[in-house]
Design a protein around this ligand. Structure first.
Ligand code: ATR
Length: 299
């Protein structure tokens, strides 16, 4: 349904508008995912992708909401800018220092959330049956992608969480930021609690039940230097990145006898489902959407 604005002779739709902003954005699967969710749940909405360079972020977001937009997803390299833009934030977004979902509130304010971590946890636990409680977890990388997933992982009460990074200092600092969060055991001082940071060299002779790759190395087909024996027998691997072909880390997991070696397609769909829920109050079924997208990348 639409109304005609006589003066400009344009059609202004009454449909609720959503979009993903990023740079680049051409290959984003988000419009497809949200349209599938809308179809499945009978929600009427529009969801588009818009190329937005960082320097135009603030004005473009302000215009989007001023013109009646209801919610936005923000992706690379705009998540930190979205964090700054939001009038208020959820705790997980606050700690992530990155926002991937902006939602217009009834009072006109803009809520910022980060659904990446909960998307990852849901994919691991609900879709793949990998329980995080009581296990030894390693995150590779200490950049924005790592920061976004830490709190939701801690909330699952793992036995330990280690962050390993090429630049060791960043891993130690990042771990320290999360001490005291989620559960009492995390109140230990730096380096002593269940969440610790280290360099790749410190991984020698250690074992983990779940290894998560959150480095950007994957995107260029590279791998951090990982010792053999790092993955415990029966352990799992998960790359936050995804592609049409298995990533270098997914291949590493397979080569190291992971029970499951997964990429981030499920996380992508789950983070979108969480955003959809924030905006629409309705939870879409993710499994058919993951299966559809997965089937389209098989040879
Ligand atoms: P993102 O938002 O994707 O996390 P980022 O904040 O730039 O991007 O962080 C990139 C992460 O990937 C960092 O942990 C980086 O390690 P450094 O902090 O030492 O730079 C890691 N990374 C990138 N390329 C890598 C490589 N070839 N080997 C190992 N780690 C790499």
């Amino acid at each position: 349904m639409g109304i005609v604005d006589g003066e400009k002779n344009t059609i202004m739709t009454l449909i609720d508008r959503y979009a993903v902003f990023g740079h680049p954005i051409k290959h984003s699967k988000s419009p497809r995912i949200h349209r599938l969710f809308a179809e499945q749940t009978g929600q009427t909405l529009e969801y588009t992708a818009q190329e937005v360079p960082a320097e135009q972020f603030e004005t473009t977001v302000a215009r989007f909401f001023a013109e009646g937009g209801k919610g936005l997803n923000c992706t690379v390299p705009l998540k930190e800018l979205a964090w700054n833009y939001a009038s208020h934030k959820t705790e997980r977004a606050q700690l992530s220092k990155a926002v991937n979902t902006l939602a217009l509130q009834p009072d006109g304010s803009i809520l910022g959330d980060n659904t990446d971590g909960i998307g990852l946890v849901t994919d691991l636990t609900a879709n793949h049956g990998i329980a995080l409680s009581g296990i030894r977890i390693l995150i590779l990388g200490a950049g924005g992608a790592s920061r976004g997933i830490i709190l939701p992982i801690l909330e699952q009460s793992p036995q330990s969480l280690v962050i390993a990074n090429r630049t060791m200092d960043k891993a130690i600092k990042l771990a320290a930021e999360f001490h005291g969060k989620a559960h009492a055991p995390y109140l230990h001082p730096v380096g002593k609690g269940p969440i610790t940071g280290c360099g790749f060299d410190d991984l020698e002779d250690r074992q983990f039940d779940l290894i998560l790759n959150a480095t950007s190395a994957s995107l260029s087909g590279q791998l951090p230097p990982l010792p053999t024996g790092l993955l415990a027998a029966g352990g799992n691997c998960y790359d936050l990145a995804y592609g049409n072909e298995p990533t270098a880390f997914v291949r590493w997991g397979r080569g190291n006898h992971a029970a499951k070696s997964l990429d981030g397609l499920g996380m992508l769909v789950e983070q979108a489902a969480e955003a959809f829920f924030i905006w629409r109050g309705v939870r879409p079924e993710t499994r058919p959407v993951i299966e559809l997208l997965d089937s389209e990348r098989q040879p």
